[in-house]
Ligand binder design. Sequence first.
Ligand code: C2O
Ligand code: CU
Length: 504
Amino acid sequence: MRNEHRKMNLSMSRRRFLSVTGAAGGSLLLSPLLVGGLPVGKANAQEKAGRVIPFSLRVGILPGAPYGVQREVWAYNGQVPGPIIRATEGDMFRIRVKNELARPTTIHWHGLHQIGTWRMDGVEGLTQAGIAPGAEFIYEFLASPAGTHWYHSHTGVQYSEGLLAPLIIERREERSNYDRDEVLVINDWFRKPSEEILQGLIRGGAGERGGMQGMQMGHMPGMKMEEMADIADVPFEMGLINGRGRAPGDTKSPLTTFEVGQGQRIRFRIINASSTYAFRFQIDGHPLTVIAADGTPVKPVTVDNLLVSIGERYDVLVEGKRAGAYWIRAVTLDGKEVRAILRTRGARPAEPRPGPVVWGRRALTLAMLRPLEPVNLARAPFRQVTLQMGGNMAPYSWTINGQAYPQSSPIPVERGESIRLVLENPTEMDHPMHLHGHSFYVLGRPDRLNLTDPLLKDTVDVPARNTLVLQWAATNPGRWLFHCHIEWHLATGMASVFEYRGVA
Ligand code: C2O
Ligand code: CU
């Protein structure tokens, strides 16, 4: 099978390479060519499914001063976010990664299950050694499951330097009731290099902490002050939507603008690729019909806004309304805004009037989302595993069951069993937890488990001072990381490894 893929690859690689990278060639960071979306690396739709999809990524450093701040930007193929990689489920990826950084790197394909290929999962020190400076590595894996996913460095705290990008797997039979498909990547962005931020936190910088300031804005709809958790470890500076944003005080730098015709429908694939912040997302005057969460289709639900935790993805349908320009807003829980623009074709003015967000009434909750297909977990046997999250600001450390990864013992897993994960979060912060290699059912709080139509996700927020129960089927042997996706929490230990018995 492998050889056959190689052979197909030889005949196709040149042509495909050109078509895939042609649109994304050169250094496009902040380029006006990107208005309205990202360059798309879409494979030729004529070819039958089950193809090999070759792709090439250079991991390098861009010197420059984006957003008026002189700092290094790390980038895939010279752009942030990196190029969109697209395929149809069942295709085989063959992604050649050339490391042009001065230090090792790896790439993780967040949301892909890596069925039978756990060594392609990209977790440095667990599934592979880092790709050495100047070296190449080829990732080969199945495009599965379908949905909106992303890829990012899984070495140290590298992804928040800019090593993040969308990865889209289309369903074999996509019934599209929309006119256009747009990817919308949100990420927070800091002046300091990530390694410096991390060292500052470890040195015990209470000064690094975002904490409670700005809370008086009473931000979340219907939420009382005392119910709010600590929001973040690093004060907010700015954020980007598809690589564009404005530092505080900047009113001129171009923002990502999506054009829409009246009555036209866009499918937005929203990805929160941040290191530190969750964002509440709204498009002023435009209801959002949620059709998928972490790639899994759901019964459509229409809301005004939704919270996107780090690592989560939501697909929403949006219909073009009255002529005009509208803010697309991604707002931290302490009220800091990141913006893009939705504009009807030919509308004036180019930009909506400034002004803080006014939230629509309908906010999405997880309980509102229902899968298309029910399940029945009531009778199925399972093994319960309890994981308790812990954390300390001084000394700065985050743990699971009192252990800090990688100094932690793996949790053994038997192929074929079902694991019911009880996640206890007694800390004052939310933790967006992500499981590699599988999706899990979100059963909910221990006192009211949903065993009949739980949502299937791979990343979920475990709220501060709460317990959340998940369940997943162990069907994919390997070594799989389960961790908090806040970059600083993962880097200081908030991770566990599920290790299938017999995996060498
Ligand atoms: Cu998005 Cu362990 O990764
Ligand atoms: Cu965390």
